[in-house]
Design a protein around this ligand. Structure first.
Ligand SMILES: C[S@@+](CC[C@H](N)C(=O)[O-])C[C@H]1O[C@@H](n2cnc3c(N)ncnc32)[C@H](O)[C@@H]1O
Length: 341
């Protein structure tokens, strides 16, 4: 992660900590527990789960650092595969309190040249309290694009209305809240609207299946996958046997420690994602292969589980005899491209 990322990350943490200022800890934990219980209930839902300010404060304080970290990792992986291209505008679908807009600001510095225009950002969601809080949080950020973002109420249920066109369209942690036909319609519409489309879901077997389905929709619409996959062909994973997912490290806030107990200073947010682009408009190339599990370090060797450009899953062993590659392998993490550079 770069300096811009760390600055935006710090600003988001400060804004979220201020939200809880003055809220008795017992009230904050009660709101989070109610939210978790709601999310365990029936989703997709008929009406927004985030109904009032207490719900959205709980969501933002409890979940936003994790969704921000996951989307930042997905956007970072995309940015690494692009030949210098950066989005000039962004539509965040089901954006809620705006985690993906913060992640976009953390990935692509949006400081406009003097007299120029900053990245135009639009957040779409059906939950007005989430949009209101998102706007409030964004106002405290140092990113001109975030501060100028438009927060627009919009339902994704059987609307038929196409999504607005943009260089970047993000859909993060939303598909699982939609009925299957709405899920397909939203992905289809995102494929038509975005020059680059990034979809993120929880790193569960079901989340992976939704990403797999979305990936098929994006490639059928002519997009090229740049991350995490090294190709746009058939995913080699057999559904039901395994699932493609990654992990982003998230420092725990005091609210997390109150709700979850224990003293761990961080947790790993597991996520699945796909990032694809219109190849005729956005220059970039996928990695030769990607590390799809945590590397196993042994004395004098590193075992890497790779997804490769020839549509296979393969384990490779890098030993001291491989010299520079061995050093690189020891610094390689789950989710990284291989070989690096
Ligand atoms: C789990 S939150 C994710 C929010 C944000 N994208 C993030 O990554 O933190 C799901 C969001 O999808 C929105 N959503 C769910 N169903 C929707 C629908 N039918 N129309 C519009 N927004 C919807 C919710 O209001 C909520 O803000």
């Amino acid at each position: 992660m770069n300096d811009v990322h760390d600055v935006i990350d710090g600003q988001l943490r400060t804004a979220l900590a201020q939200l809880l200022d003055g809220l008795p800890p017992r009230k904050a934990t009660a709101a989070v527990e109610r939210l978790i219980a709601n999310y365990r209930g029936k989703t997709p839902t008929e009406a927004p789960v985030l109904r009032d300010r207490a719900d959205v404060v709980a969501y933002a304080a409890y979940r936003m650092p994790a969704t921000f970290a996951a989307v930042s990792a997905a956007l970072g992986a995309l940015a690494d595969r692009l030949d210098g291209w950066a989005p000039a505008d962004h539509v965040d679908v089901g954006g809620g309190t705006g985690a993906a807009t913060w992640a976009t600001a953390a990935t692509w510095d949006d400081a406009a040249p003097e007299g120029g225009v900053t990245r135009a950002t639009t957040v779409l969601d059906w939950a007005a309290p989430a949009l209101d809080l998102g706007r409030e949080l964004a106002a405290s950020s140092g990113s001109p694009a975030l501060r100028a973002a438009e927060w627009r109420r919009r339902s994704l249920r059987s609307s038929g209305e196409p999504l607005p066109a943009a260089d970047l369209v993000t859909v993060s942690y939303v598909l699982g809240e939609l009925e299957p036909e709405d899920r397909r319609a939203v992905t289809d519409s995102a494929a038509g609207a975005g020059r680059a489309v990034v979809i993120v879901e929880p790193g569960t077997p079901d989340g992976y299946l939704r990403i797999r389905e979305a990936r098929e929709t994006l490639t059928a619409a002519g997009l090229r996958v740049l991350a995490p996959c090294p190709h746009s062909g058939q995913c080699p994973i057999v559904p039901g046997e395994d699932w493609c997912h990654f992990a982003a490290r998230v420092p725990r806030s005091s609210l997390h420690r109150q709700v979850k107990g224990g003293s761990l200073a961080y947790e790993d947010e597991k996520f699945a994602y796909v990032a694809a682009v219109r190849p005729e408009l956005v220059p970039g190339t996928p990695a030769a292969s990607r590390v799809v599990r945590r590397p196993v370090l042994r004395k004098g060797q590193v075992l890497l589980d790779l997804c490769t450009a020839d549509e296979e899953l393969r384990r490779t062993t890098v030993t001291k005899r491989h010299g520079a590659d061995y050093k690189a392998a020891r610094n390689t993490d789950w989710g990284d491209a291989w070989p690096p550079g």
